[in-house]
Design a protein around this ligand. Structure first.
Ligand SMILES: [Zn+2]
Length: 125
């Protein structure tokens, strides 16, 4: 699963902005999420991106969801002042950009789950 975090950081670095080496990220699996797939726990400059346990070893069509969650939460860290609509919009823009470039396939399935809003991929604002 950690390669999805790596992918998300590379997307940010290659297509959006530099990430300070002082800011660190880790992934953790959580069993107490119900209506969302991901959340962020901050501890100074260390950020733990928490994902729903069903994504720990997901079927192929869900694998990009972990990358999207990471991308979304990294954007929250870069732009703490942004509201959720702005974070979602930038996340979608970056995801479609890399999908278009072929670096990372964004499955239509994972995007449609998110867009239908059956489960949010973020617990925050
Ligand atoms: Zn969010």
């Amino acid at each position: 699963m950690s390669h999805r975090l790596y992918d998300a950081k590379m997307i940010i670095r290659n297509h959006y902005c530099d990430l300070s080496n002082d800011v660190t990220f880790a992934l953790a699996v959580r069993h107490d999420f119900h209506h969302y797939f991901g959340s962020l726990e901050k501890n100074d400059s260390h950020n733990v991106i928490c994902v729903h346990y069903i994504l720990e070893d997901p079927p192929y069509e869900y694998q990009n969801l972990v990358m999207l969650i990471c991308l979304h939460q990294i954007l929250h860290v870069i732009h703490p002042e942004w509201d959720k609509d702005r974070v979602y919009a930038k996340c979608r823009e970056l995801a479609s950009l890399v999908g278009y470039l072929g670096n990372c396939l964004i499955s239509s399935c994972s995007m449609s789950i998110i867009l239908q809003g059956s489960r949010q991929y973020c617990s925050g604002s």
